[in-house]
Design a protein around this ligand. Structure first.
Ligand code: 2AM
Length: 406
């Protein structure tokens, strides 16, 4: 009996705190995830507790959950270069499970070390293509980075040197490109359609034509703005730890505790400028806990008048950018409009069905919604592909934003 209990404590009883994740503990999040499309990307060194975590997730989500384990595809994470076929087969299995069932709810867990940026970016791409929100998780076991202990725990018979070689890259990408709230699949189309309708209505308004550069020329705003990719509201741009305050943000208890949780974002306005098109997000007190204190000053150049705007003013979803404009511009454009709104510079143009439309000069329009639009979103993070280093021959050219139309 004593032996039996001892065995249990190793294999079955979770290490203290190691399973404290929002998606295992919060009822609201669990209910939402049961009707969502989610890719849980587990990462961590062999022996760190990934498979244990995978089992706990499978127990919680039962039939809704599918675990895909790298072990079943002959992947040897200590030798990733010799496992190209294994990774290809694993990715195909992930795609097949995500594509199965005609965009119905699904929770796919990928149990692998996922210690390189390349794998994280690839799985993130699959999630985007298949309309899933991706979450990147490392087991919270105390020994997860303790090489001596891990060699004892892993069943792969790996030496410390093997683990050490993986630990470097794993730590290098422990901080993502950015954190934010990612809109769930079920509401994405609704937001895209509503914003398209807004653009369509805007470019046919006489007042809009009057303020265009060439009032004789037809403007097609839907063509003018290129879609922004994954619909999300950035909280902290981390640049894999290189951005100021990134490490502190990633280690913040509120961020750790809320990671993977689902809450409603309230969209309170749509706006258009010659550079960008976006939706303003009105944050709740709870959501403001995840908002960095310096978010309003994070990107350059920030309009001076924006310094006095309340925390969270910059919260937005980029819906589209003009050719050659980076999405980071959307938040700056919003701050500029809000600063003008504060000093009552706008000209009320029209009461529309959705709300009141105000013009702020220089092609800047804001539609304040009569009824805010509520959209469920998951607090998560994202990894991008490694950008190739610019060569000396071909120095990085910054494209100048074209603002030809408005
Ligand atoms: P966005 O939040 O306005 O869309 C990847 O580039 C994402 O991070 C984009 O969503 C982008 O803008 C946001 N981003 C890029 N650089 C940023 C910065 N310096 N500060 C804040 N957000 C940034």
């Amino acid at each position: 009996d004593v032996q039996y209990v001892a065995a249990l404590s190793v294999d079955v009883v979770p290490a203290s705190g190691s399973l404290s994740f929002a998606f295992l503990e919060q009822e609201q999040t669990k209910d939402a995830l049961r009707i969502s499309r989610t890719l849980l990307v587990l990462r961590g060194l062999p022996g760190s507790g990934k498979s244990f975590l995978a089992r706990a997730i499978a127990d919680t989500y039962k039939d809704h959950c599918i675990v895909i384990s790298a072990d079943d595809y002959g992947i040897k994470p200590e030798k990733p270069e010799s496992c190209a076929d294994g990774y290809k087969a694993l990715d195909e299995a992930v795609v097949a499970r995500c594509a199965d069932g005609n965009a119905s709810p699904v929770l796919v867990v990928v149990d692998d070390t996922n210690h390189t940026q390349d794998r994280l970016a690839r799985l993130g791409e699959i999630a985007e293509q298949q309309d899933l929100v991706a979450l990147f998780l490392e087991p919270q076991t105390e020994w997860r980075r303790d090489l001596a202990l891990l060699t004892k725990k892993t069943k792969r018979g790996l030496e410390e040197a093997h683990l050490a070689a993986m630990k470097g890259p794993l730590e290098e990408v422990s901080i993502p490109l950015y954190f934010g709230w990612f809109l769930l699949f079920s509401v994405k189309n609704k937001i895209k359609c509503t914003s398209m309708d807004f653009l369509k209505t805007l470019d046919t308004l006489d007042a809009f034509k009057k303020h265009s550069v060439d009032s004789e020329k037809e403007v097609d705003l839907e063509q003018y703005f290129k879609p922004a990719g994954i619909l999300h509201c950035t909280t902290k741009f981390c640049d894999y730890g290189k951005a100021e305050g990134a490490k502190e943000y990633a280690e913040n208890q509120a961020v750790i505790k809320s990671y993977g949780s689902i809450s409603d974002l309230s969209l309170s306005a749509f706006f258009v400028t010659p550079r960008t098109c976006g939706a303003r997000v009105y944050l709740t007190e709870e959501q403001l806990q995840l908002w960095p204190a310096d978010a309003e000053k994070q990107a350059e150049p920030v309009p001076e008048a924006a310094a006095s705007l309340p925390l969270g003013s910059r919260a937005h979803i980029t819906l589209g950018c003009a050719e050659g404009v980076e999405p980071v511009q959307t938040g700056i454009d919003l701050l500029e409009i809000l600063a003008q709104q504060e000093s009552q510079q706008g000209e009320l143009v029209e009461e529309m069905e959705l709300g009141s439309l105000t013009y702020y000069g220089e092609g800047k329009w804001l539609l304040n919604l009569r009824e805010p639009i509520c959209v469920p979103a998951c607090f998560s993070s994202i990894y991008g592909r490694k950008e190739p280093e610019p060569t000396k021959k071909d120095p990085e050219k910054k494209k100048k934003p074209k603002c030809a139309i408005l």
